[in-house]
Design a protein around this ligand. Structure first.
Ligand code: FE2
Length: 354
């Protein structure tokens, strides 16, 4: 009750428009202890994919982190048809019955490879996305551009907030580096280099304001879900490191609001890895899982100086076990058979701003 009161007081302190945007979909009566997530899911390539392994974990929540289908079109009939193909998959249907399914998008389901704010059908694509994932009518998410949203689960002391970002709708396109033939350095598998132009945005102004408000919602554990990787920038693929000032802004906000116990999750790259970077004394983790239907060994070999342990480059999904009694989070990557192939335990005490 005290927790709800705190939130109400926080809401009362902001203007009516801000109060609307600070809203986090509340499930305070439901304590969650297992969150699963996955990305890069092409029903046309592999209808079975990771579903049975994920179902076996019985997660309270499943997060689709993007490239949930491979739309890649400006034809909304084609996009809708491809969502319908995902909706027809038994494993997907079972997952929706068993777990709370939430989602963001990445480039392919948004509609264009490596796309951003210039994609001509972003409004129409957003409506199809929200309809498919069952967003109720008249929510704040329906009313604003972008698919970002947030959810808060569990009572005080066991509150987990999941902030789902939109890294596509507002983003400025980072120019592709022009390597001459044979000149792309070894261990770089993508085409991007960090920009120095600090006017370039990944999240856009409105989403940044919304995010800062979300970071003030009381939470005992917080997950920031980003379709693209947040730490690993050396491989030249799309990631927050291509717009370093945006990453710095995020770390600055976490510090400003003392958003302890916050970790990131990401997808996009077709393999799994756990990365960690200590910024201003705070150890920020980015747990990547990608490749529900197709994975890439080649991309997993690219440089990432923040990686803990090994990468896993077969089909996989990410699992986060929250142990509220012992105050820890365990990150696990599971394979298609449901076996844990990567594991890292984080005591809550480690995720503390000084
Ligand atoms: Fe992607």
């Amino acid at each position: 009750m005290k927790h709800i009161l705190t939130l109400c007081i926080a809401l009362a302190l902001v203007s009516p428009t801000q109060a609307e945007t600070i809203k986090s979909e509340n499930h305070n009566d439901t304590t969650i202890s297992r969150i699963a997530f996955g990305a890069c899911n092409n029903p046309r390539r592999n209808t079975n994919g990771m579903y049975q392994a994920i179902l076996g974990e019985k997660p309270n929540v499943f997060v689709f982190l993007g490239d949930n289908i491979y739309g890649d079109t400006e034809d909304m009939n084609v996009l809708q048809k491809k969502y319908n193909e995902l909706g027809a998959i038994k494993g997907y249907q079972q997952l929706c019955k068993q777990s709370k399914v939430i989602a963001t998008w990445d480039d392919h389901d948004y509609g264009i490879n490596d796309g951003g704010n210039t994609y001509s059908m972003r409004k129409e694509s957003e409506k199809i996305f929200l309809d498919f994932f069952g967003e109720p009518e008249n929510t704040a998410r329906r009313k604003r551009p972008g698919v970002h949203t947030s959810y808060t689960f569990g009572p005080k002391g066991k509150t987990c907030q999941i902030i789902v970002l939109d890294t596509r709708y507002f983003r400025d396109l980072v120019p592709r580096a022009k390597y001459k033939k044979g000149e792309r350095p070894k261990n770089i598998v993508g085409w991007y280099r960090p920009v120095t132009d600090t006017s370039m945005t990944l999240l856009g102004d409105a989403q940044w304001k919304w995010l800062e408000q979300q970071l003030q919602v009381p939470a005992d554990f917080r997950i920031i879900a980003s379709s693209i990787q947040m730490l690993s920038y050396e491989k030249g693929m799309e990631n927050w490191g291509n717009v370093p000032h945006e990453f710095d802004r995020l770390m600055g906000l976490l510090k400003k609001h003392k958003a302890h116990r916050t970790i990131g999750i990401s997808g996009d790259v077709h393999f799994s890895e756990i990365s960690k970077k200590t910024v201003d004394g705070y150890p920020f983790y980015d747990f990547t899982s990608s490749g529900m239907t197709h994975a890439s060994t080649g991309w997993s070999k690219a440089t990432n100086s923040f990686r803990l342990g090994k990468a896993y480059a077969q089909l996989n999904a990410g699992i986060i076990d929250l142990d509220w009694a012992n105050k820890s989070a365990t990150l696990r990557t599971i394979d298609k058979a449901g076996k844990t192939v990567l594991k890292h335990k984080i005591p809550f005490a480690e995720l503390q701003f000084k």
